[in-house]
Write a protein that binds this ligand. Structure first.
Ligand code: CUA
Length: 179
């Protein structure tokens, strides 16, 4: 038999199973099952997996809530685009909007205080990646993800878009301050 000629026996599933082939199938199956169990296991034992709450939303609804927060708690603006820097009270709901190709607004949080961070996208899929930490959240249009965050380190953090979203994907960078 050669690779360029069709096999004499075309119904491959009727061929007897080779011992080695069978062994590999069993190994692969056991490994798949182990990884499947680990997905659940990491939620309990791994510290990096988030369990966000998710709700249905739409751009109008979410922007209204984000705008209300910005109107109430803006403390200054930054960059040439005058992006508002919002300092919401500890324990409150914080809204971050993802769109082509920006994160809005800039958020200022207090160290060791807990917030509910709400995320959505106004257009396409984006990814919320908090640098330099190992936090990654899909930001999907039509859905509002709510993540409980308690910053335990002060400084300036960057929010990088981690989901390819078009020609200016690489410029989609936001900012979070922790004081
Ligand atoms: Cu937004 Cu890539």
């Amino acid at each position: 038999m050669s690779a360029i000629l069709p096999p004499a026996e075309r119904l491959w599933w009727k061929h007897p199973l080779d011992r080695v082939e069978g062994t590999w199938i069993v190994i692969a199956l056991v490994w798949c099952l182990m990884m499947f169990v680990m997905m659940v296991g990491w939620h309990v034992y791994g510290r990096q997996n988030l369990s966000p709450e998710t709700y249905r939303t739409n751009p109008e609804q979410f922007s209204a809530k984000a705008q209300a927060m910005v109107d109430k708690y803006t403390v200054r603006t930054e960059t040439a685009d005058k992006i508002p820097v919002v300092h919401p009270p500890a324990g409150s709901d914080v809204y971050l909007v993802a769109r082509l190709w920006a994160w809005w607004p800039i958020i200022e949080l207090e160290k060791d205080k807990t917030y509910r961070l709400h995320l959505t996208s106004m257009d396409y899929n984006h990814g919320f990646s908090l640098q330099p930490t190992n936090i990654n959240i899909q930001v999907v249009p039509g859905f509002e993800h709510v993540v409980k965050v308690t910053p335990n380190q002060s400084g300036q953090f960057s929010v990088v878009c981690n989901e390819y979203c078009g020609i200016n994907h690489h410029t989609m960078v936001g900012r979070i301050y922790v004081k």
